[in-house]
Design a protein around this ligand. Structure first.
Ligand code: G4P
Length: 295
């Protein structure tokens, strides 16, 4: 997709975004990582690259890791399957979930037990049968960490309370399957190394779209959709995207079809940009992934 995007008239914009609380969040992870047996990293299945902070490698150290591709209900299933293969080829364990509905979530406990099979055998050999495995959930803001924890915990959830040797006040949620989760997920900050990453994060609501220029974000999104999912544009907005048009012109084409007219006989492309972003967020354009492993 990267190369593809380089060929089209892509608009540049400034990203006004200031990471607050970054150090605090990172410190929380650093302090707690030693208390867990495994880390579970939640990614947005539509943007597994942009929603992954490479600091995870340093922060997780040698802890076994499970990667969760969440929001699969909004992602293109064929692309999600490619991401699964891509991560598995790197030796990572993968779980696909829709934390909102709970789909895939019941696979979590078995996946963690498989990941930590050696540790479980170790405990057994030492006579520590029933000792819970401890897991920290990590991910960028708004990726679905709390929703996932709530779904995994379900009704069986109980605060396990302080345990000897554990930092005072630390809360563990016993999810009833031999697993304890740290009750507060670790917030990883997204890495902005390009405008494209910023746009991916804004399109998927990891950061507020207001920090970008929404019209330009919408225009660039139109270009992406024309390149990747032209049928989604045709089906939703009933127009055949002009292959020569820039992103603003595509917004205008769609605005015409929607009847978003300004008083002076011009079309309201700002309203169209907002509509496009909102409808993508709600899944109304279909299941569309924005990154593939070969980009
Ligand atoms: P966080 O703890 O990582 O910050 O994220 P949180 O669980 O608060 O989830 C953020 C939003 O994403 C929530 O929506 C939640 O319902 C939604 N969400 C989480 N997992 C999934 C999923 O697998 N699929 C879908 N479609 N949505 C998911 P919200 O607060 O109601 O806001 P909105 O984003 O729906 O408007």
């Amino acid at each position: 997709m990267g190369e593809l995007m380089a060929e089209i008239p892509y608009e540049k914009m400034n990203i006004q975004w200031f990471p607050g609380h970054m150090t605090k969040a990172q410190r929380m992870i650093e302090e707690n990582i030693k208390l867990v047996d495994a880390v579970c990293e939640i990614l947005d299945a539509r943007i597994p690259r942009s929603s992954r902070n490479p600091d995870i490698d340093r922060l997780a150290g040698d802890k076994p890791r499970l990667v969760i591709l969440n929001r699969t209900d909004l992602a293109d299933p064929a692309v999600t399957a490619r991401w699964r293969a891509y991560f598995e080829a790197q030796g990572l364990s993968i779980l696909e979930t829709d934390a909102k509905s709970g789909k895939g979530v019941k696979e979590f406990a078995p996946a963690v037990r498989r990941l930590l099979a050696d540790k479980l055998r170790d405990y057994e050999a030492k006579g520590q049968v029933g000792r819970p495995l401890r897991v920290m959930i990590l991910g960028i803001p708004n990726v679905g960490k709390s929703t996932f924890i709530n779904k995994v915990a379900g009704r069986k959830a109980a605060i396990a309370g302080d345990k000897p040797g554990v930092t005072r006040g630390k809360q563990w949620i016993n999810i009833g399957t031999g697993l304890d989760l740290l009750d507060t997920p670790g917030i990883l900050w997204p890495k902005f190394d390009s405008q494209e990453v910023g746009e991916m994060l804004a399109l998927t609501n990891a950061i507020k779209a207001d920090v970008l220029d929404k019209e330009t974000l919408g225009a660039n999104f139109m270009l992406r959709l024309r390149a990747l999912y032209p049928n989604a544009l045709m089906e939703r907005y009933k127009f055949e995207p002009d292959p020569e048009a820039n992103g603003f012109e595509l917004l205008e084409q769609a605005a015409k079809k929607r009847g978003f007219l300004l008083s002076r006989g011009e079309y309201d492309i700002e309203r169209m940009a907002n509509t496009l972003l909102g409808e993508y967020h709600e899944g109304k354009l279909g299941r569309l992934s924005l990154e593939t492993p070969d980009d």
